[in-house]
Ligand binder design. Structure first.
Ligand code: FUL
Length: 452
């Protein structure tokens, strides 16, 4: 080979491997967050007492009096039903603060609750510590009560509140930034870059949510449905401030996106985000909640399920009953991985770091020791090294021939497939298209609970 050709080839090879290395991967905090799988939202403010979904800031703190408020009881329910984090609305768009902030009197300190001496954010935080789940907060930038809102001075006020929450409540796992803004606030831009710097500085282990990240993005709808194809990568341009990105794009992500910003699926157990008695008969059933698990966690996303406390300050009975039933169904379905013991150990050890490498169009056969009957398949990629699978095929041996069970696109952290009840002792997985060889970390075969 002549020298010039050799140099060209060498540069080409270096170019390819550099590109592969450049593929986006999760940060440590994003990876930890993704493994939480199911997290909970708690929407609570004056709206619970006025019956509204969006307050307008004129509500009197006098109406806020959840006489039986019990953070421990609620967090216990969340813990027992599998939620790994709770995020409380410290302040919603009405501006009422659930903690005694030093920067406005429009807070619990002006309410009859605990005679104005209470701190609801603290009580939730402490309960999370007691039950061993993570804690996060939502601090709405839209504040219809504060006089500075709509002027450039508002950003300093908002950052003061953010600093209080970031310094007085221990380790924060997630900070939730909503993009909603008053149409009349034309002389003010939210200083998201400044807010995010503050979180990084004071809570380096917290992930930050907004429509477009920086750590976690919106799934593009409030129905609990992530795209069947779901990339954890997107591109965000300067003009894509929170609230200005296409929901359709966010719902699917971007195989060529340069930023790792996985999708969070936020959805409420009730029609509204806040508790309204008239919606007591419209609580999502256990089966519906299980469906949400498949369309969020099962599609490479994290579920953020909202359970709003009622006027008493506790979860309503129906919500609690449905949560326990949902968890018991999931536990029954995923109790026993029938691929275990038989498949390659690395595929059933529950660790993403041990994986097999699948190249396009080279089928990988899993021989089971005996025939098993299953109707759910779980696949996981070792996303620590990025997301690769674009298209794959799962087949089973029917005794005479390979038969298609599922044709799928992305896998990512987790892909759950509901397939017809199948009995076989051989499964075959073929990657058809991928960004680079797929690191398949886990394979699960399950038989769904009859209650699904
Ligand atoms: C939205 C808000 O306007 C809703 O009230 C709710 O808090 C939801 C989670 O985010 O943007």
């Amino acid at each position: 080979m002549n020298r010039q050709l050799y140099m060209i080839l060498l540069l080409f090879v270096i170019g390819i491997s550099a590109r592969a290395q450049d593929a986006p991967v999760p940060s440590e905090i994003q990876l930890k967050w993704q493994k939480l799988e199911t997290t909970a939202f708690i929407h609570f403010t004056v709206n619970t007492f006025t019956g509204k979904e969006w307050g307008d800031g004129t509500e009197s703190p006098e109406i806020f009096n959840p006489v039986n408020f019990d953070a421990r009881e609620m967090i216990k329910v969340l813990k027992e039903t599998g939620f790994k984090m709770a995020i409380i609305t410290a302040k919603h768009h009405d501006g009422f603060c659930l903690w005694p902030t030093a920067y406005t009197d429009h807070s619990v300190k002006s309410s009859p609750w605990r005679n104005g001496k209470g701190d609801m954010v603290k009580e939730i935080e402490q309960a999370c510590r007691e039950y061993g789940i993570q804690f996060g907060f939502y601090l709405s930038p839209w504040d219809q009560n504060h006089p500075s809102y709509g002027t450039p001075a508002y950003n300093a006020f908002y950052k003061n509140q953010l600093r209080e929450l970031l310094t007085n409540y221990g380790e924060i796992a997630e900070v939730w930034f909503d993009g909603a803004k008053d149409k009349k606030a034309i002389d003010m831009e939210y200083d998201f870059a400044g807010y995010w710097d503050l979180v990084r500085e004071l809570q380096p282990h917290a992930v930050m949510f907004s429509d477009v990240g920086p750590d976690v993005r919106w799934v593009g709808n409030e129905k609990g449905i992530a795209g069947e194809t779901m990339w954890s990568t997107i591109d965000v341009k300067p003009e894509n401030a929170p609230g200005k990105m296409s929901p359709e794009y966010l719902n699917v992500g971007d195989p060529n996106g340069k930023l790792w910003i996985p999708a969070e699926t936020d959805v409420s157990i009730r029609p509204g985000w806040f508790y309204h008695q008239e919606e007591d008969d419209r609580v999502r059933s256990a089966q519906n909640l299980v469906d949400l698990y498949y369309t969020s966690v099962g599609r490479n996303s994290v579920l953020l399920l909202n359970i709003p406390p009622n006027k008493q300050g506790v979860f309503a009975d129906q919500d609690v009953a449905n949560l326990y039933e949902y968890r018991s169904i999931l536990d029954e379905t995923f109790r026993k991985n029938m691929a275990k013991a038989d498949a390659d150990q690395s595929l059933t050890d529950g660790a993403l770091e041990s994986y097999i490498t699948l190249h396009a169009d080279r089928p990988f056969e899993v021989r089971l020791k005996e025939k098993v009957s299953f109707d759910r398949i779980a696949l996981q990629e070792n996303i620590a090294e990025g997301q690769k699978c674009e298209e794959a095929l799962v087949e089973y041996w029917n005794g005479n021939a390979w038969t298609i069970l599922s044709e799928l696109t992305t896998i990512g952290y987790k892909r759950l497939l509901r397939v017809p009840l199948t009995t076989s002792d051989k499964i075959r997985i073929t990657v058809k298209r991928s960004k680079s060889p797929v690191q398949l970390a886990e394979l699960g075969l399950y038989k769904a609970s009859a209650r699904e």
